[in-house]
Design a protein. Structure first.
Length: 232
């Protein structure tokens, strides 16, 4: 169905404006400039509207009010799902690939690691658990920050009726790459790229490969942290 994204090459881009952090480990990465931050944690409605306005102006420069409003509403309606998935950061990209309009979303969050003695065992547990689902491509990978598991698959997502011409909910396929990076404090960084537009898959998966290659881990004192599966 898909090709494994390249995880070795990093394209210089601008740094993400937020870093995930637990009490003892900080996680930083680099987002492509074509992705724009979704204000998922803004609780002030007026400020959220302002930030969404800035987002759509950057994502759809020169587009009409209808297109920009549709994107703003789509982002706003997706916030609850992102938060339910554990997102602490989210960004969206709108572009054209071979003249086809394409969009992708990236989000990242921290989740509990499986019960395991160390990072190496956590990687194995995550990979085995995903493999048992039997509905995606599971691979163990080595990133510059250490060991990880990638999971490539597809799912059905839904557009609410208020955003469709018929007024009825619309179900559509979404393709995704999810990455799990177990940390030595019992948590796991989860980062996902998803797109409902298959025409953009190669471009988005390559960008995501570059993004996860840029992940860097730090102790609370700022010293670098690298996990490893050396010897396995």
């Amino acid at each position: 169905m898909t090709n494994q994204p390249q995880l070795a090459e990093l394209i210089p881009t601008h740094p993400a404006p937020v870093a995930l952090h637990a009490d003892d480990i900080h996680v930083r990465w680099v987002m492509p400039e074509i992705f724009h931050d979704i204000p998922i944690h803004e609780t002030d409605d007026d400020e959220a509207v302002r930030l969404l306005g800035e987002l759509v102006e950057k994502a759809l420069p020169g587009a009409g009010d209808d297109a920009q409003t549709m994107l703003a509403v789509t982002c706003a309606l997706g916030v609850d799902d992102l938060l339910a998935a554990g997102a602490e950061y989210a960004g969206i990209c709108v572009t054209a690939v071979d003249d086809s309009p394409c969009t992708a979303t990236v989000f990242a969050g921290l989740v509990d690691s499986p019960e395991a003695a160390d990072v190496r065992d956590a990687v194995k547990e995550i990979a085995d658990s995903l493999s048992r689902l039997g509905d995606g491509e599971v691979s163990r990978v080595e990133l510059p920050c250490g060991a990880a598991v990638s999971y490539i698959g597809a799912r059905d997502d839904k557009v609410l009726g208020e955003l469709t011409e018929t007024g009825e909910d619309l179900t559509f396929p979404t393709w995704f790459i999810r990455l799990y990076v177990p940390l030595p404090n019992g948590t796991t960084l989860m980062m996902e790229m998803s797109t409902p537009t298959m025409a953009g898959w190669d471009a988005f998966s390559t960008m995501f490969g570059n993004t996860v290659s840029s992940i860097r881990l730090f102790h609370a004192d700022g010293s670098p942290l690298i996990t490893s599966m050396a010897g396995t």
